[in-house]
Design a protein around this ligand. Structure first.
Ligand code: PLP
Length: 453
């Protein structure tokens, strides 16, 4: 059979409130052409993010009822611990309320003023937390990772050459750890190969420097390794994920992605002394080490989510449906970041709207057009998000992030039809200007208007 079906049945439904283009036009104007300021009830298909927006399974909900809410040593913690230990092989497993809490604790323990942390591409909270600890976050992704049209299989890889150069220039004593983000979220959700993780490990060993994974999407990365890295095609996704973790000294995880939960995070270590320090910060800022800022029920949901995410039927459906969206857009003449990544499709807004210069926000103009036309909420990753400090981003992108297990193929078909219809009338998309914006992270709260309005 060619048709890939969603490998689940629907037991609970959440109605979508239908709206008209006229209504959405007034919503858009009221929100100052910023979709972060639109209420979720006015959105038909919400592709703002895949973080914490997934649907839980009946087994996860059953776990929520089963949960032990004891303050210390709860059964739920032990189920969570055993699952994560089996998956990753790490001994020290600290629950946190989400990924950035793991990051903050890790960098508080390991990073000092003047230090440098290399990564393929730092996610924005990772970068911000390193800077908060006085360090500098540097991005060392391979060259093809910065070229939208390149179709190389592992565009998330960290450049070993650039890493060696970084060690030579900065000195190992100022590099407290090296990180690799799997998949590379800020670089289009592109995967990292096991060969690359091993090569980075070898460089770290040479300099006696620990390697940590930002492993939010470890399962999607592992599945792409299975599909694309010849040595690994016969291994299970669980074995591949384990091989990835085996090469690292620790990891941060936001369980809001491949943990298949709405809230939760994990911080992992092999080293006893680091774990001890981190546990003390955890107690100070998150909670006792057997709940870490979460309820017992959240630990149960995570324990089950980390098991379900390795099901290959699920991963096959997940990655295939993202690829289906990407392929259909490309076939319809829409330029996207190639090849389709794990959790999202990124539309190249510069080629979508060549009549709008970057400083008039082509990506945001496409985001607004998609909302107005079809009630779809996407997010701009370009001049509005990164242009605030006079910096010009390489690419002007519109990200369509796909929540896990939430939308069906007919929803995806609706998105495809909408993007292609907006593309057909792209000449009418109007440039934007900012009317008010805060000095930092302006994309969340800025207000804009259409030029020539
Ligand atoms: C989401 C994400 C984080 C941060 O996790 P939160 O749960 O949102 O705090 C860190 N790194 C990457 C790669 C992410 O995708």
């Amino acid at each position: 059979m060619k048709t890939i079906i969603e490998p689940f049945r629907i037991k609970v439904v959440e109605p979508i409130r239908m709206t008209t283009p006229e209504y959405r036009e007034s919503v858009l104007r009221e929100a100052g052409f910023n979709v972060f300021l639109i209420n979720a009830r006015d959105v038909l298909i919400d592709l703002l993010t895949d973080s914490g927006t997934g649907a839980m399974s009946s087994e996860q909900w059953a776990g929520i009822m089963r949960a032990d809410e004891s303050y210390a040593g709860a059964e739920s913690f032990h189920r969570f611990y055993d699952r994560v230990a089996g998956l990753t092989g790490f001994e020290h497993i600290l629950p946190t309320h989400q990924g950035r809490a793991s990051e903050r604790i890790l960098f508080e323990v390991m990073v000092r003023k003047g230090m440098v942390v290399p990564n393929n591409n730092h996610f924005d909270t990772t970068r911000a937390n390193i800077e908060h600890s006085g360090g500098e976050a540097v991005d060392l992704v391979v060259e093809e990772g910065r070229i939208a049209t390149s179709r190389k299989p592992f565009k998330g890889n960290l450049s070993v050459e650039r890493l060696e150069r970084c060690f030579a220039e900065v000195g190992a004593d100022r590099i407290p750890l090296v990180m690799i983000t799997v998949t590379n979220n800020s670089g289009g959700g592109q995967p990292v190969s096991l060969e690359n993780i091993r090569a980075v490990r070898a460089v770290c060993d040479k300099h006696d420097t620990p390697l940590f994974l930002d492993a939010c999407r470890f399962a999607e990365n592992a599945y792409m390794i299975k599909q694309r890295e010849p040595d690994w095609s016969d291994h299970s996704v669980g074995e591949i994920a384990r091989a990835m973790f085996d090469l690292a000294d620790g990891a941060t995880i936001s369980a809001k992605k491949d943990g298949l939960v709405n809230i939760g995070g994990v911080l992992l270590f092999r080293n006893d002394e680091l774990a001890k320090q981190a546990r003390n910060v955890l107690i100070l800022t998150e909670g006792f080490p057997t709940y870490g800022g979460l309820a017992g029920r959240d630990l149960e949901a995570m324990a089950q989510g980390f098991e379900e995410v390795l099901h290959e039927d699920y991963l096959h459906y997940r990655l295939r449906s993202v690829e289906y969206l990407g392929t259909r857009l490309r076939d319809g003449g829409v330029a996207i970041v190639e090849p389709p990544g794990g959790h999202a499709i990124y539309i190249d807004a510069k080629s979508f709207c060549p009549h709008i210069p970057p400083e008039q926000f082509p990506g945001q103009a496409v985001v607004c057009a998609l909302y107005r036309h079809a009630g779809i909420r996407a997010v701009e990753i370009g001049h509005l998000m990164f242009g605030g400090s006079g910096h010009t981003p390489d690419m002007e992108l519109v990200r369509l992030a796909i929540p896990r297990r939430v939308y069906t193929q007919s929803h995806v078909d609706y998105v495809i039809e909408a993007v292609l219809e907006v593309h057909a009338m792209r000449d009418t998309i109007r440039p934007l200007m900012i009317t008010e914006a805060p000095p930092q992270l302006r994309h969340f709260t800025a207000r804009l208007r259409e030029i020539d309005d």
